[in-house]
Ligand binder design. Sequence first.
Ligand SMILES: Nc1nc2c(ncn2[C@@H]2O[C@H](COP(=O)(O)OP(=O)(O)O)[C@@H](O)[C@H]2O)c(=O)[nH]1
Ligand SMILES: [Mg+2]
Length: 434
Amino acid sequence: MKFLKFIKKKNLLILVTIVIFYIIYTISIRLSFESNGIEIQRDFQSNNNGDPDEKFITYLPHSGFNNQRISMENALFMAYFLNRSLILPPIVFLDGLNHLYSEKTDKLYSKLIQLNHDSNNFTSCKDKRCKQVKFTLYPWDELIDMSWIRERIKITYRSDFNLTSLLTSLNITNEQEFLFLKDEFSYHYKFYDDSNSTTSLDKFHVRINLSDLKKDHHNKRLIHFGSLFSSSRIVKELPESRIFWKNLTRELVPNNQILVEITRDIINELGGQGNFIGSHIRLGDSFFQVNGNKTLDKITQRIINDYIKNSVPNHPNDKLFTLCKDDLSKPNTVPLVIFLATDKDRSDPRIRSFLEIFPCTFTQSDFIYSLEPLKRVINPLGNMNMQKFFAPFVDLLVVSHGVKFYGTEKSTFSSYAQRLHDIHQEDNFVDFIS
Ligand SMILES: Nc1nc2c(ncn2[C@@H]2O[C@H](COP(=O)(O)OP(=O)(O)O)[C@@H](O)[C@H]2O)c(=O)[nH]1
Ligand SMILES: [Mg+2]
């Protein structure tokens, strides 16, 4: 009897322990999915058991971060205009390869499918030469404030690039149930919100009126776009479209808490918001490498002109000034505190010539101490340390708080910095960081 009682007691104890462990486990999983304050439905494939009549759109990301941001913003506009939910792919961060891109959608898919959560490496081959590339897939909500858009559009998250499992999860069993607008070349489709628009196709090849797309394919469960990159991909001429777009571009700002803390710290070191100039000089690859000297000449001239004509306000603090005081006594130097964002380091000869004219120029590497918290940023999808991938965002956020911003032509990084700068200026540099 006693023995039986003991067994019962023991079973009860085991049961209670299991229940406690289960509760702790569930809470910890929830918390890890709520790291930026929002509960995110991470895995689209295993969670789509909702409305069978719900209609979706999706697209394929490619190239650098800002190319992906522009595609994502265009996709949000499409979802709004077509009144569909968006299946949002993650941000693709690469280490060891500048661009993952193919102009043909099928080929791009065959590259992207290599990126899955089982690994953080894939093999990239070009002209029969192959190398290992590190990657991580990162959720947009961890970086950017999506709260405004979430109130207007339903977003579900895709966590890999497997087309078959995407279609299965949507119960799509034959080709008639979805529309796949595959690209055969770069800039294939251009979309128009107003069917009467006379805006030309320019570099694009095929015109699609969004109202026809909406009407003719209203019963399709999914409209799958290829690339949605390019700020001229969608012509927005209807007043409602313009208002929506203006709000969207104003609301989608980086709000990652660690990035915000670091930015605040560096801005303080620089003498506070509005007391320094921000510049982005892109020299690292392709077009920007070839045009590097021109970019530097243009930016230098623009800063000098503004400095002479408009006497740009600049109040360097004493600590910073002691660092550059001696160099400022040399001829042809300009006493402005500049934060320089660049994809090259200070030893690059072109950067060195800029520093000779503007000796009070500082870069991210001058604020090593402020950058410490970057070491703590972990991707909740896959646990990859994000330090390397996040460094450009520190540059982006700091330059956008300069009293003036001078960027590189044709760089989408620069155009985002300019947009953020204009937002801060409109708000009179009231701390975005509060
Ligand atoms: N740290 C840092 N990285 C940069 C800077 N400018 C460009 N990069 C890197 O180069 C990439 C540029 O690609 P993208 O964002 O598509 O902009 P774009 O190529 O200039 O139009 C960024 O994502 C960064 O990884 C910079 O000022 N600082
Ligand atoms: Mg790019």
